[in-house]
Design a protein. Structure first.
Length: 241
């Protein structure tokens, strides 16, 4: 008998549009009705994941910060907290600054940044918390206990998988992005590709795709191909030959 079920939040329980589908809600509720303790396991901070847990009526320890912060939904303090040693946090931040990596510091349930390099919607989707802009890292490290250092970067364009399409794949000079996703194995079917698009989880050439019937034309491939992004971490380059 299954006694405990832990689910990731982003991209599993929650869609790319940060909503929870009715069928997911029903599945989690059915598991709880059978006596299974259902919880969430995520890289987010506890204050960020708590509202989703309460919305799902979960009464369990939540695993935040990749398990470094475990806290019951109803408890005022963590059941377990394994902070990041300050010297390691300093070393990680120094390495990031050496390479000009965009850095996010999680500490005491708060999120700190030195600068904003993306649109506000990006941080809302990635972090889910109010963020504080700070003049220097040392002030935070001396006044707070760090939990996590996160580096934010775009995928290395040289390591993105590629799929080649030809003029034969076009109909009347167009090809639907949903069809491209199936060819690239970013979706198992056109229906699933359309679902991902409708949830806001697909980008093409740095543009968010909101219409499931969106198309690409040969002109879109003039600059070395089109990069399709699914969710936060999956990239695929499509080349026209």
């Amino acid at each position: 008998m299954i006694r405990l079920a832990a689910f990731d939040l982003d991209g599993t329980v929650m869609g790319a549009d940060r909503s929870i589908a009715p069928r997911v809600r029903a599945a989690l509720a059915a598991a709880q009705a059978r006596g299974v303790l259902v919880t969430l396991a995520t890289g987010r901070m506890f204050p960020s994941v708590l509202p989703y847990a309460l919305d799902l009526n979960l009464d369990a320890p939540l695993l935040a910060c990749q398990g470094g912060w475990i806290q019951w939904t109803h408890a005022p303090t963590p059941l377990l907290r394994i902070p990041l040693p300050v010297d390691i946090a300093r070393e990680a931040i120094a390495l990031a600054e050496q390479h000009d990596w965009h850095t996010v510091l999680y500490a005491d349930g708060e999120i700190f940044l030195r600068e904003l390099r993306e649109l506000p919607s990006f941080y809302e989707a990635l972090l889910g918390l109010e963020k504080a802009l700070i003049p220097d890292w040392e002030a935070v490290l001396t006044q707070h206990t760090p939990d996590k250092v996160l580096f934010v970067a775009q995928a290395d364009s040289g390591n993105i998988p590629e799929t080649v399409i030809t003029a034969a794949d076009f109909t009347d000079g167009r090809i639907q992005i949903a069809d491209v996703m199936v060819k690239c194995k970013l979706a198992p079917s056109k229906g699933e590709a359309k679902r991902l698009i409708s949830q806001g989880g697909v980008e093409a050439a740095d543009n968010k795709i909101s219409y499931f019937g969106a198309v690409l034309t040969p002109e879109d491939f003039k600059d070395g191909g089109v990069v399709i992004k699914k969710g936060k971490k999956t990239f695929h380059r499509v080349i026209l030959k």
